[in-house]
Design a protein around this ligand. Structure first.
Ligand code: ZN
Ligand code: ZN
Length: 93
């Protein structure tokens, strides 16, 4: 069960910073979706493995691509998160 507090706390953790750094190194800071501009958002393709997500679950993207991904409904927010935390779901990236 994810609460916005837990998620916020996780974003400050060392594990998360390390994942963030490895991905940024890997793509050299360039958006992995458009390969065109610098990204600034680490997006979850799925929240299934939240807190233990493999790097494959994450995408480094720019704001424009991030909005596009979320608008397209490509993100699979777990059912319970949708139901219980409907208003805060957008807090998850
Ligand atoms: Zn992009
Ligand atoms: Zn996202």
């Amino acid at each position: 069960m994810i609460t916005p507090e837990e998620y916020g706390f996780y974003l400050l953790s060392e594990e998360w910073q390390e994942k963030r750094d490895s991905i940024q190194d890997f793509c050299e800071g360039i958006c992995m979706e458009c390969n065109d501009v610098h990204g600034n958002i680490l997006h979850h393709e799925t929240y299934e493995n939240i807190f233990e997500e493999p790097l494959d679950d994450l995408l480094w993207v720019c704001k424009r691509c991030h909005n596009k991904i979320h608008r397209s409904g490509r993100v699979h927010v777990p059912y319970y998160a949708k139901r219980k935390y409907k208003s805060e779901v957008q807090y998850l990236t």
